[in-house]
Design a protein around this ligand. Sequence first.
Ligand SMILES: Cc1ncc(COP(=O)(O)O)c(C=O)c1O
Length: 504
Amino acid sequence: MSASLTEAAAFLHTLADGLGTPLNVVTPDQIAENAARFEAVLRRHRLGGGVFFAHKASASSALLRRLAATPSSVDVASLEELQHALACGFTPDRITATGPKDPAFRYLGARVGVTFHVDGQSELEALAGLVRDHGLAPVRVLLRLSGFPSAGVRRLVRRSRFGTPVADLPGLLDAVERCGDAVELLGVGYHLDTVSLDEKALALEGCVKAMDACRARGLRPRVVDIGGGFGVSYLAEAGQWEAYTTELIRAVLATRPPLAWGNHGYGLRNESGTLAGGLGLYPAYREVAGPAYLDELLAMRAPSLGRPLATLLLENLYDLRVEPGRALADQCGVTLARVLETRRDTEGGAGLWSVRLDLNAGDCPLEDHGILVDPLIVPRPRPDSGPGAGGRGTEEPRAGGPVAVHLYGNLCLESDLLTKRQVFLPRLPDPGDLLCFVNTAAYCMDFGAHEAERRPRARKVAATRAAGERDGAWRWCLDTQYWPLAVEAVAHHAGTNRQEEASA
Ligand SMILES: Cc1ncc(COP(=O)(O)O)c(C=O)c1O
């Protein structure tokens, strides 16, 4: 989806001319496709349950409204996300509340009847107190667990500051029983911040055992929630990632020119000619990511019980819930920035070119979110080149060969680099061209945005094509004005909502 969007040069320039840059463009139909792929994995393993989008990954209304029109659900982490999910069309039975919760978040969630993923005993008791004080219906809860022990060969399981250690489950279940008038135990779950399938398999098996412990007490849990963390592969070829990391090591060891600002090593160090430290980068290439990662996890044998994890769930008729954030927003958006100026770096950049952009590192914190993909140049179409089919520019490639550049933001700060990496472009861009940062919808376009120097945050628009028109022209509306309706109906709505337009 994003690939054909990035080819629509005239369309992207029209948007950037009208709305300025930085500009975020989201593609709501893509999130529906991604959700369907996750749902298909559950069905292939004949599991009930569902997909709960981790809303924190994107603030977009268009993505959430499009998702509300699919069978998928949503996982919210704040009062504001809960209000947004309700306003986008999710009914409370399709909403789970996770993470640290303040009283207002808890109150609204309990009042409308969402499911709560509770961190521990004190949260459970606070929730029960709220239900009793306000005479609410009992709330459904999932117990978030952590610290899953491994039998036999010890596996390293990352510590989490969230959830209740499995060792403390008996005390937590005592509390569930004491609060039986106010909470209904739906099941247990985890969210682990790791790419390791082994760690996830251990945790999933641990959850099945915890469900047994619940049932042994006469409780009737039926859901296991395995959180998110299915990942995205940002590169198409493993070789690209291997070549980059090999060259980065050589740069750190000074056997080739630097590949990053100040020969930054991303955790790698040169200690008297020996490589030290560890590479602290999200793997840009993932052999197995997204729905395929879920598929592989479910097919894995449980570390101590020995049977496939999906079979264990199926035998017990447990539903499985997943909470992908990054993986559901894969290919759901791009960030555009206008090139303001190019010039030769003299000092820190070691004679490279520097490209100054009309956005800053907060608008697009690539490295914080593991995006190590070089941006695309979207050339400004020449006056004589029409929009062409599908809004494509008819720009001829310009002169000049590939260049290594540093990308600078628009803030008056030495540290405002879009990425410390040298970025390799097929040619030096011209002022007025756009750089298109791809696959930024998950976290990148929303998590770090600020208004330093009173610069406005990026606007966000939703780009769509009419159903069945894969090669047709792109259409757009402001993110806040998108609804999954026929284009004419959206246009009517947009026309009646001037106030939103003015404030976007
Ligand atoms: C509880 C919970 N669920 C789901 C997610 C989504 O994780 P990801 O975006 O890696 O899929 C997070 C991310 O922090 C989380 O904390």
